[in-house]
Ligand binder design. Sequence first.
Ligand code: BGC
Length: 754
Amino acid sequence: MKRLLLLNACLTLVCAGVFAQPKLNENNIPEVVKAMTAEEKALFVVGIQQNAEPYRGKFLPGTGGVTYPIPRLGIPSIVMMDGPVGIRLNDNETTCFPTGLLTAASWDRSVARRIGEGIGEESLDMGNDVILAPGMNILRNPLNGRNFEYFSEDPVLSGFIASAFIDGVQSKGVGTSAKHFAANNQETNRLDADSRLDTRTLREIYTKAFELCVQHSQPWTVMASYNYLNGTYTQESRELLTGILRNDFGFRGLVVTDWTGRRNTPKQINAGSDLLMGGSPSQTAHILQSLENGTLKMEDLDRACTKLLELIVKTPSFKGNRPSLKPDLAASAKVARETATEGMVLLKNNGALPAKPARAALFGVHSYSMIQGGNGAAWVHSPYIVSPAEGLKNAGFKLDQSLEKLYTGYATFISEDLKYNHKVNVHVGDAQKPELEITPELIKNTALNNDIAFVTLGRISGEARDRILKRDFLFQENEINLLETVCEEYHAAGKKVVVLLNICGPVETASWSYLPDAILCTWLPGEEGGNAIADVLTGKVNPSGRLPMTFPLDYFDAAGAEDFPYDFHSDRANESVVHPERRGIPLKNVAYTDYTEGIYVGYRYFCTQNKPVAYPFGYGLSYTSFEYSAASARIAGDNLIASVTVRNTGTVAGKEAVGLYVAAPLGNFKDKPARELREFGKTRLLQPGESQTLTFTVPVRQLASFNSAKSRWETARGIYKAFFGADATNPEAEATFKVASARNYSATRACEPR
Ligand code: BGC
């Protein structure tokens, strides 16, 4: 009997050992990984397209991707949705917030944070665990098709705005995906273009924003880009994903690949990619084969599984979030409207603005059909879009009926067309639609019957297509003709003309900007754009946006302008990358792109060369004026402390964006930019006569340049200059400070979080 009991007890123990299945919780991840079979691991790290069997119908249409569930171990699927300006779903309505360029143009972290919080809230409502945002590639060239999703030509502005957005989303318990890592700066041949650049440029410009946001905000995920970097796919680059991102920057989250299956799967995992999206069954098979033939080590696969489990235990899905599918659209609309006003940039104002509600003539198709966002992953199916026409009406303007009637029919056609393009994710080529021809007689008539004219000029762009120079960066003849005639007739009648730029990125302005009385750059301002535009035009909100990139006089003025596919206009996303007449020879700027300008991107080049531009980085006007005083800068231990006092010297309340630029001595380098943005901020709303002192604290190591030969950051000894003011070319105040001895920092953890 005793024996029988013993046998029974042993059997129970063995069975418990064999059948005990840990259920995932945040403390037992190693145990869960141990309990996974090789097959399960190989399925787990490969993502699932939302419409793949057997998942079809289980997730909302338009969902970016989901992960493989393993119910026996308590592992649910988690959900990833696009994108940077709001949740992208096909059928469900969500809020279209202002796009990235506008957000960065606010020069205000709290604006990015509010947008992030709004997207975080809607994620909970829609059952999303990770938002595939922020998009934060550097605006290397004005014509990148995705510039509108991104933030700036400057890595510090990009990095801190991204950080604030990430903090906003993650404060709601939802993950982010800082993308696309790295040097993904063109859409032409986007899956396979090789970005060729030197190490200093990579570190100082193209990975710097990621470094800052990783160290300050630890995004739950980083997305590895599509492109090659110096001959290696970023998704397969151990140097980039493990060396730089994890070891040097201290990234602790998960690396998800951008949505492609056409890579070498074991290489991706070896390199540090943890989740292969969008995912295909062939990748799972490849993982199993590679384990067998030794090209993939189990420990690398285990690392990927561990990272994914660490992500899963943080998600709303894991924590039992029950999506309502009813986002608070009214609350988000308020955020969308208020934040949109913060990043609009007043480029010119000869007394036309602010404008009192009056009789107004609106020209240009986008006055009636505003472009709220761009195409592709950053498109949002919003409940409505407030056009400038509606916004001005809401603000009390009486619109010219003859024009409204004429344009409305045409604009409906345009917006249907735009919607269609968004929906099927077609990447519009000549994105802007032909302007409606308005006869000079009609223009003349309206000039007699109205008090003011607004002319909206629009440009849309999107994923998989770059913009081109002619008909896009340069306005078309009929657009300029319209503007000329309106200005002629309205000026003859003693009335003002205001141009609204409803644009996805820089456009040529120098040849026509003398014509109108005022120019307001509204960017692609999200669904509440028209109301926000009216708020700024009427002075309800005093404009305080500043350009996050340079508007050059001429496209070819910038260094590296030739090294971009500015004239390559493909009808397909992946046009042949070989020269059509010289078969087999890789096509420059398509198969590969040389970043010949190195670190001299945007204002770094224009300021160093003292070259005139149309509107400099950091430029923007206000309805009031500001005076700077008491500029000071000093080193205190490991930090630069710089401060300046800003006083509102005008007659209306306003906010002032302030940049802290630093000019560093050469040290071991043969060249350095004339000045570089190291910090920035914005005053609160200052009443006339009121002042505020802004104090910036910058780690001395953030003043360093990257010495590639020694693979370290170097802060030179010597006298530095600190410049205050947003406009890179025209600082308002300056101070000097001294770094008494050179300081070198290893590439690893070069910059600690503050
Ligand atoms: C885009 C990403 C996006 C992903 C998922 C890719 O084509 O490049 O930005 O997040 O698709 O939709």
